[in-house]
Unconditional design. Structure first.
Length: 371
């Protein structure tokens, strides 16, 4: 990213800057709203045109047809069987809709959107000239970066992560008194390359945090991400993504029938869990490492982090049949004990207090002309 890689202590990876010399200190400052995190592992897509919102509403999981300028949400693109194909943060400024996608998903998402336009008055462009900076609201970081955010149509482009609460039309499967995501006021500012260079040159080096810090806060908040929790089998129910990325009562869209069926009947085939790992050794598992009970493989790790308060933590996708007790993560260096905290229960969607959707027709669905 422009300028940030030249800051003293910056350690770059293929996806951006992993840290600036002290990942734990950076994480504390980031959590306190005192640090900026350059997000080189994400890309901006601009969708412009007078029909953009209604069109996006018709082809994605979220109700965005009446999104107000400055309002934030997120959406998923599902396949006809309801599996997650793409995911994006969403912010509208009254003239354009700005999508923030994981870097590996940006071009495929933009290509799919372009293919779906038909006669729609909308344009889709990957904006490689723009950069992204994450921060936690409420501290000095917000004052620095909010004023620097791009505002091409008069609205500052700062996305507010909806993960702090259940969105309108969504539903939370996690059965907890206080969701850990409620404490994370995560924001992402879209800035020009010139502004990013100026921030890198003029902001003290101790005011920056790397991707390791940002990921640790995400994992601790149980927040799913396309680049980590999504594979070719993923349903939004499995990672509790209906909480913020799916509107359960909006109009028809691709994959809606599966979303409704799994929500109504319950029992998604897999479920997301949080793992608190034994920290007595320096070894951390890697994404993809198997999670076991005895010799029975129950799933795999999706995200791993060292949290400044919680220690080594992870997210894992497990089979619905996985018991709720302690498990083991098998790594190349040996087994690591893991205390499990259930995020999505095995009977998610089947409990009596979950709102039921309108019964779907029993008639076979017509082929989707959009693919």
């Amino acid at each position: 990213m422009a300028g940030f890689a030249d800051i003293d202590g910056a350690v770059s990876t293929d996806g951006g800057i992993s840290h600036f010399g002290d990942a734990f200190r950076e994480q504390r400052r980031l959590a306190a709203g005192e640090a900026l995190a350059p997000l080189g592992d994400r890309v901006v897509i601009e969708v412009a045109g007078p029909e953009r919102l209604g069109w996006l509403d018709s082809i994605t999981s979220q109700a965005v047809g009446h999104l107000a300028p400055g309002e934030s949400t997120e959406l998923l693109v599902l396949d006809p069987q309801g599996r997650v194909e793409h995911a994006a943060a969403v912010l509208d400024d009254g003239a354009s809709t700005w999508l923030i996608a994981d870097a590996a998903d940006a071009e495929p998402l933009a290509t799919w959107l372009t293919r779906m336009k038909f006669r729609t008055q909308a344009t889709v462009a990957v904006r490689d000239d723009l950069q992204l900076i994450g921060f936690v609201d409420g501290g000095a970081a917000a004052e620095i970066v909010s004023s620097a955010a791009s505002a091409p149509h008069g609205v500052a482009l700062v996305w507010s992560d909806p993960w702090q609460r259940v969105s309108v039309g969504g539903h939370q499967y996690a059965e907890v008194a206080e969701h850990p995501g409620s404490a994370l006021a995560w924001r992402v500012a879209i800035v020009t390359a010139e502004t990013a260079e100026a921030l890198a040159a003029e902001t003290p080096s101790e005011s920056f945090a790397g991707l390791l810090a940002a990921e640790a806060l995400r994992v601790a908040a149980w927040r799913p991400r396309w680049a980590a929790e999504v594979d070719d089998r993923s349903l939004p129910h499995e990672s509790d993504w209906i909480r913020t990325a799916v509107h359960l009562s909006k109009g028809c869209y691709r994959g809606q029938e599966t979303v409704a069926k799994v929500h109504n009947l319950g029992h998604p085939p897999r479920r997301l869990a949080a793992l608190h790992l034994d920290g007595s050794d320096a070894v951390l598992p890697a994404p993809g490492d198997p999670v076991l009970l005895g010799d029975d493989e129950l799933g795999h790790v999706t995200s791993v982090a060292r949290h400044f308060e919680d220690g080594p933590i992870a997210l894992a996708i497990l089979s619905r049949r996985a018991p709720e007790g302690d498990l083991v993560v098998r790594t190349a260096e040996g087994d690591i004990a893991a205390a499990q905290q259930v995020i999505v229960p095995a009977d998610a969607g089947a409990t009596a207090d979950i709102p039921r959707l309108t019964r779907l027709s029993r008639r076979p669905s017509a082929p989707d002309p959009r693919g």
